[in-house]
Write a protein that binds this ligand. Structure first.
Ligand code: ADP
Ligand code: ASP
Ligand code: MG
Length: 394
C-alpha cells in the first residue's frame, strides 16, 4: 500500500460551506500526489462552544457522560459534510466516528485518554482506495461509552491514528502557519519556529499554547511519528515537532498564556489530603500543587471541568476558591534551573505592574500566576524580555 498521510483540520478550517470545499480540494490534491489519506476533522467553527452553551441552558450541571454524547455530534456533522464535499470532487470518501475507527479510551468522560487504537475498519477502507474522514476528539471506552478527549482533542485523534497506521507523517492544519514564539494574536512580534523539540512543545501545549493539544505531542514523542503544525491555506512549510529549534543559542523558545484557571486552598493539618481528595473525586488533572503542610493550593483549568458548577457546589465551606485567574509561562532549556532567569521573570511582572499570586518552575519552564485580565499583558512583557531581545542579539 502507498504511504499514508494523516491530516487534521481544526474548527476554523471547516467553519462554513466554502471552507469545507477548500479543505476537500486540499485533501484531494494530496491524494493525487499518490498517498493514502486519512483526514481528522473538528466541529465547525465554534460549534462545540455552542453545544456546551445549549447544555447549560437546559441544565446547570449536566453530567459529563451526557456532555460527551452531545459534543461528539459536532465532529460527526463536519466529517459527513467533508465526505460529501469530496464526493462532489469525484473522489470516493467515507466518514467514520472515533468508535468505528477503533479508538479505545479509558472511562474518564470529558477528558479520556486513548488506551489503544484498532484501525481495522479504517485500513479496509483505505485499501479500497477511499479517503477516510474521521470525527476528531472522540473514542469509545472499554465499557462501550462514548468519550471525548478534552478540548482541542482532535489533534490527539490525528496523531494516535498516524501512529496506529504507521503513517509517513501527520499534519495539524490550522488558521496559523505553525508554532510561534507566542500566540500571534496576542504578541505581534511573535516569530514562527521552524522546529521545536517534543519536550518544549509539551510544556507550551500544557500551559496554554493551544496550537497543538498536549496529548498529540505526547503520542508523537512516544511513537516517533513525524508531526507538523501547518496552515490549511498552504501546502508544506510550518513547524516540525521533533528537532531542536532553529535558534539553539536562544535560551527561551516560547511564551504561553492560560486563562480560566481556578485555585482551591485548604488550611490546617489535613490540608494536603483534602485538596488531593477533591481532585481525585472530581477526576480532573491538577495543573500545579503547592503546600507547606499548613496550607495547600491546587490549581485546575476550568476547560478540564465542564461541570465546575456542580464540583464547586460540593466543596466544603472552608475551602477557599480563587476564580478569574490565569498564568503566563516561559519555556526554554534549563530556564527553571537558572535563578537569574527566574528573578528576571519576576521582575518583568513587577515592571509591568502585574501582581503575581504564585510562581512555579520545572527544568524547562517558569510560570507566573496572575489575575486573568493581566495574562495577555504579561505574555507580551515576558516575550519582549526573553524572546525579542534574544533574537535581536543572536
Ligand atoms: P484549530 O481550531 O485549528 O484546532 P486552535 O484554535 O485550537 O485551532 O489553535 C490555533 C490557535 O492557537 C491560533 O489561532 C492561535 O491564536 C493560538 N495559539 C496559541 N499559542 C500559539 C503559538 N505559540 N503558536 C501559534 N498559535 C498559537
Ligand atoms: N471541537 C473540540 C473543541 O472545540 C475538539 C477540537 O476542536 O479539537 O474543543
Ligand atoms: Mg485546536
Amino acid at each position: 500500500m502507498a504511504g499514508i498521510i494523516v491530516q487534521k483540520y481544526g474548527g476554523s478550517s471547516v467553519a462554513d460551506t466554502e471552507s469545507i470545499r477548500r479543505v476537500a480540494k486540499r485533501v484531494v490534491a494530496t491524494k493525487n500526489q499518490g498517498h493514502h489519506i486519512v483526514v481528522v476533522v473538528s466541529a465547525m467553527g465554534k460549534e462545540t462552544d455552542g453545544l456546551l452553551n445549549r447544555a447549560f441552558e437546559v441544565s446547570k450541571s449536566p453530567s459529563r457522560r451526557e456532555l460527551d454524547m452531545l459534543l461528539t455530534c459536532g465532529e460527526r456533522a463536519s466529517m459527513a459534510l467533508l465526505s460529501m464535499a469530496i464526493h462532489e470532487l469525484g473522489e470516493e470518501a467515507i466518514s467514520l466516528t472515533g468508535s468505528q475507527c477503533g479508538i479505545i479510551t479509558n472511562d474518564r468522560h470529558s477528558g479520556a485518554r486513548i488506551i489503544e487504537v484498532r484501525p481495522i475498519r479504517l485500513q479496509d477502507e483505505l485499501e479500497k482506495g477511499r479517503i477516510v474522514i474521521v470525527a476528531g476528539f472522540q473514542g469509545i471506552s472499554y465499557k462501550k461509552e462514548v468519550t471525548t478527549l478534552g478540548r482541542g482533542g482532535s489533534d490527539t485523534t490525528a496523531v494516535a491514528l498516524a501512529a496506529a497506521l504507521n503513517a509517513e507523517y501527520c499534519e495539524i492544519c490550522s488558521d496559523v502557519d505553525g508554532v510561534y514564539t507566542a500566540d500571534p494574536r496576542v504578541v505581534e512580534a511573535a516569530e514562527m519556529l521552524e522546529a521545536i523539540s517534543h519536550e518544549q512543545m509539551l510544556e507550551l501545549a500544557a500551559h496554554g499554547a493551544k496550537v497543538l493539544h498536549k496529548g498529540c505531542v505526547e503520542i508523537a514523542r512516544r511513537t516517533g511519528i513525524v508531526l507538523y503544525a501547518r496552515a490549511t491555506s498552504k501546502f508544506g512549510g510550518g513547524t516540525r515537532i521533533d528537532l531542536p529549534g532553529a535558534s539553539e543559542n536562544v535560551d527561551a523558545v516560547g511564551v504561553s498564556g492560560q486563562k480560566n484557571l481556578v485555585r482551591l486552598r485548604a488550611s490546617g493539618d489535613t490540608c494536603l489530603e483534602r485538596v488531593l481528595t477533591i481532585s481525585e473525586r472530581a477526576n480532573v488533572p491538577a495543573l500545579h500543587l503547592d503546600t507547606d503542610m499548613n496550607s495547600a493550593d491546587i490549581w485546575f483549568s476550568l476547560d478540564d471541568i465542564p461541570d465546575w458548577i456542580g464540583v464547586k457546589g460540593d466543596l466544603d465551606a472552608d475551602i477557599e476558591v480563587l476564580e478569574g485567574v490565569g498564568a503566563a509561562s516561559v519555556v526554554g532549556d534549563n530556564i527553571g534551573g537558572d535563578s537569574a532567569k527566574l528573578n528576571l521573570a519576576r521582575s518583568v511582572a513587577q515592571g509591568a505592574d502585574i501582581n503575581i499570586v504564585a510562581m512555579s518552575s520545572s527544568p524547562l519552564r517558569v510560570t507566573l500566576f496572575c489575575e486573568q485580565s493581566h495574562v495577555d499583558q504579561l505574555v507580551r512583557s515576558l516575550h519582549k524580555e526573553f524572546i525579542s531581545k534574544a533574537y535581536a542579539e543572536a
